[in-house]
Design a protein around this ligand. Structure first.
Ligand code: GDP
Length: 336
């Protein structure tokens, strides 16, 4: 019986593995649902499936894209994705959206945002998981990335909105981190979030069309200058600054070429592999932290006393250090 025909609750590990390896989208979607599930039995099943698929993961170009709402992420990804499909690629788009939990709706990942790509069989768009901490959402996105790679998607785009720590999380799971910006009024550097320049492997100034072309070109100089300050002398990769128009499909060919050039350069000097390896370790560490925090909160005494302890810390009646001591001892750890 083909894997996809089995009901979800009956699908075994080999069913999942075979279905995903065959590129079956419905099996892939079910496996992602397992990854996103809070049910420990589902999670365990997902881990076994992932472990089996591990040798077939890691082959995609992993591209992270960030930018404030309205900068043109979905327009650009839609167009870039269509270009890549035309060149024979299979493209998956995943989203990390820390706003989705708070607002109950998601800014990112909504299929309707990428209207051309979402119609395509060789594209797969998955909205951000809607529950959990950023750490939990990040873990699920990493696991989903492994699943889509095993299913044969050779370009994985992870999109995030410029909120909180989500950019750092995305930069830590991709090979190339692209920052989309707009040309502002005067001093462009005002508009850029602190820290983002250090994460960028490239800056693309979007909406460089119509009346905006000259302004966008002027902004290139400003950002190049800022990148010069942050990029160490002798670095193997100097982040380029491009102007693009996602809407008019301008500059996207050059943008993709830069991504491939980066891959080639970094592979030649071993940095590509090193980045992947250290990302695997930080994946493990993040997951461990997540699990430890989960175990902490689930411990019965902690569950009862944590709100009171936090309240006491907030009031200033309990030192944070002592609060941690108390919690650690509840977990059976010796005091320092
Ligand atoms: P997102 O919130 O970052 O995903 O931004 P969208 O892709 O939804 O774009 C926001 C608005 O900007 C939409 O009205 C788009 O049509 C428009 N837009 C996006 N890219 C371009 C572009 O390259 N040029 C122009 N002129 N408008 C664009």
């Amino acid at each position: 019986m083909p894997a996809a025909a089995a009901p979800a609750h009956r699908m075994s590990v080999p069913d999942y593995v075979a279905g995903i390896a065959a590129g079956d989208r419905s099996v892939l979607a079910r496996a992602i649902t397992l990854v996103e599930s809070t049910n420990p039995a589902h999670r365990r099943l997902a881990q076994t499936v992932l472990q089996e698929l591990l040798p077939t993961t890691g082959n995609a170009v992993r591209l992270g894209i960030t930018g404030v709402p309205g900068v043109g992420k979905s327009t650009t990804i839609d167009q870039l994705g269509m270009n890549l499909l035309a060149a024979g690629h299979k493209v998956a788009v995943l989203a990390i959206d820390p706003t989705s939990k708070r607002t109950g709706g998601s800014i990112l990942g909504d299929k309707t945002r990428m209207s051309a790509l979402s119609q395509e069989r060789n594209a797969f768009i998955r909205p951000s998981p809607t529950s959990g901490t950023l750490g939990g959402v990040t873990r699920r996105t990493r696991e989903t990335m492994a699943l889509v790679e095993a299913a044969g998607f050779d370009v994985v785009i992870v999109e995030t909105v410029g909120v909180g720590q989500s950019e750092v999380s995305v930069a830590d799971m991709v090979d190339f981190f692209l920052v989309l910006l707009l040309a502002g009024g005067g001093d462009d550097l005002q508009g850029i979030k602190k820290g983002i320049i250090e994460l960028a492997d490239m800056i693309a100034i979007n909406k460089a069309d119509g009346d905006n072309v000259r302004r966008a070109q002027r902004a290139v100089g400003d950002y190049k200058h800022a990148l010069q300050i942050f990029t160490p002398a002798g670095a193997a990769w100097f982040p380029p600054v491009l102007t693009i128009s996602g809407l008019n499909n301008q500059g996207l060919k050059e943008l993709w070429e830069k991504i491939l050039e980066h891959r080639k350069t970094m592979t030649a000097i071993g940095t590509f592999q090193e980045r992947r390896q250290s990302q695997a370790v930080s994946w493990m560490r993040d997951m461990l932290e997540d699990r430890l925090m989960g175990a902490l909160r689930a411990q019965p005494q902690v569950a009862v006393e944590l709100p009171g302890i936090e309240a006491a810390v907030r009031d200033g009646t309990l030192l944070p250090t002592l609060a941690v001591e108390r919690l650690m001892s509840m977990m059976g750890f010796p005091s320092e």
